[in-house]
Write a protein that binds this ligand. Structure first.
Ligand code: HEC
Ligand SMILES: [Cu+2]
Length: 499
């Protein structure tokens, strides 16, 4: 008995209807190459030979070249159709052991001598047990202590399982290491601004979890890719093809079901976090938030006044009712995380947003929906105060001045006029109010008007009626609908005061 080889045996099929050829060759193989070769089938006719190609998945088929029953042409035609790497040897006894080898991979026929030479060149001399052939005698199929099968390192079942395992363990360790590095590294980078609301917590928790999973998936893909590119790169002078791998149902099921479950699980967690962010608390502070091109207005119905800044008491839930007077805006304070569109269209389009600020400080609300040319400047201050400070602020803000000019300034700010009109001469989207009162205004149609109370009033309640030359007709058509007649008069008084 010869010691069994570590590698799985080469599967050989012998095709001949002559018992002498078939059995003889088989015995010969057994005797000399018991370690590397297993004769897995003996076929005696064409059908058997063709079905053996698939059924027995041989590495090599040795065909009796002189055997008419095996109809060589038809067999070879079928042989080259397949995809699996396979070699066939056409062995002829009549022509003194002349043999032709077809390699399905290259579809090239070569003389067996060339092949043998090539195989043997790679092996150390002393391993070769075969004597040089006597003069005039052709070398036959096998020579040396190892058969040529050992050279075929591209077949999956030849691969040394222990080496495979080694690669897998190294790659797995690298995946873990890169994942850990990414997680630690990303924790150092402040990806998110400070979290300053109770609603931010479930969102951040989900974000952190997803980031960890993503770090792992990223490592999994990148490590296996780079490992394969580097470790299994083509060796110099090796121009064999890679193994043709066809389907692996178990793997395919795993890589379909695992991501599906992951995604479903995250959808479930997402739903949970969303529910958490809209959970009501008893007696919230209600604020109407109104977006206008391009400013914000905050009404405190409980206290009966409005403000251009959003001021909230800490640790008390604020229930914001969002709406817009013109186009879609979006209320977004990054530190609070939650975000909600403010829609035009009246009562039924009002949207709610709940925020429980947890850290006192100054923030900014930004419009997060592209809403026109000044969109980028549609900011307002957000201040989170202690309950006591908040009450002081309420007391200060609810007092209304008895000076119409002072009131007019407040209304002009609160109703967003100052987003488009400056009071210092700077032309913004609309004409400046400085010095406009009493001046001669040239209109788009070339005529001139004197700016008096009546003209100002008309410009506010019916902005499209007279268009100032050089300016677009973008002033909100319905802007006066939100204001009382007194407020309009106050604004006119304020404009009048700007000499
Ligand atoms: C979206 C930008 C925008 C907003 C907001 C806006 N306006 Fe205007 N306004 C304009 C533009 C542009 C013009 C010039 C074109 C025109 O006459 O319609 C204008 C013109 C005017 C004029 C005429 C000025 C002149 O020089 O003849 C008055 C008065 C006026 N606006 C008042 C107001 C008041 C009061 C508010 C707030 C309630 C307001 N506007 C809000 C853009 C705006
Ligand atoms: Cu906006």
């Amino acid at each position: 008995m010869v010691t069994p080889s570590r590698q799985p045996a080469r599967r050989v099929v012998i095709a001949s209807s002559h018992p002498l050829f078939g059995q003889g060759l088989r015995n010969l193989l057994k005797e000399r190459h018991a370690t590397g070769v297993e004769v897995v089938g003996m076929v005696t006719n064409l059908e058997e030979a063709i079905s053996a190609l698939e059924r027995l998945s041989p590495d090599l088929i040795i065909v009796d070249y002189d055997d008419q029953a095996l109809n060589r042409d038809e067999f070879l035609a079928r042989f080259v159709e397949g995809e699996k790497k396979l070699r066939v040897v056409l062995l002829s006894l009549q022509s003194a052991g002349e043999a032709i080898i077809y390699d399905r991979r290259t579809l090239a026929a070569s003389q067996i001598d060339d092949w043998l030479d090539e195989w043997t060149r790679a092996w150390p001399r002393e391993q070769s047990q075969i004597e040089e052939p006597a003069a005039g005698q052709k070398r036959l199929l096998f020579k040396g202590g190892r058969s040529f099968f050992d050279q075929d390192r591209t077949k999956p079942n030849n691969q040394n399982r222990r080496t495979d395992m080694k690669h897998l363990v190294i790659a797995a360790l690298l995946v873990l290491a890169v994942t850990a590095l990414l997680i630690v590294g990303l924790d150092q980078v402040r990806l998110l601004p400070v979290s300053a609301s109770a609603q931010a917590e479930p969102i951040d928790a989900l974000f952190r979890l997803e980031f960890r999973v993503i770090a792992f998936l990223f490592s999994l893909i990148v490590v296996f890719m780079l490992y394969s590119i580097i470790v299994f790169r083509r060796k110099k002078g090796d121009d064999t093809d890679a193994v043709h791998i066809e389907g692996n149902s178990r793997l395919e099921v795993i890589w379909t079901v695992a991501p599906l479950l992951t995604v479903l699980y995250f959808a479930y967690l997402g739903g949970q976090s969303l529910a958490e962010t809209v959970r009501p608390e008893p007696r919230p502070l209600e604020v109407n938030v109104i977006g206008t091109q391009w400013s914000w207005r905050f009404e405190y119905p409980e206290y009966g006044f409005a403000s251009t800044e959003l001021v909230l008491p800490v640790n008390k839930q604020a229930l914001l009712h969002l709406s817009s007077t013109d186009v879609i805006h979006s209320f977004w304070v990054p530190e609070f995380r939650v975000k909600q569109d403010a829609l035009p269209g009246g009562e039924e389009f009002i949207r709610d947003l709940r925020i429980t600020p947890t850290i006192e400080g100054d923030y900014k609300v930004r419009c997060a929906e592209l809403c026109g040319i000044q969109h980028a400047y549609m900011l307002a201050d957000v201040r989170v105060l202690s309950q006591d400070e908040f009450e002081v602020w309420v007391a200060e803000s609810s007092g209304v001045s008895d000076d119409p000019v002072e009131r007019g300034r407040v209304w002009a700010e609160q109703y967003g006029c100052l987003a488009c009109h400056s009071v210092d001469g700077t032309p913004l989207v609309g004409p400046t109010w400085l010095g406009v009162y009493g001046s001669q205004e040239t209109l788009a149609d070339g005529t001139t008007v004197t700016v008096d109370d009546a003209y100002l009033h008309e410009s506010i309640v019916e902005p499209g009626a007279k268009i100032v030359q050089g300016f677009p007709n973008v002033m909100p058509e319905n802007i006066a609908d939100q204001m009382t007649e007194e407020q309009i008069q106050d604004i006119i008084a304020f404009i009048q005061s700007l000499r």
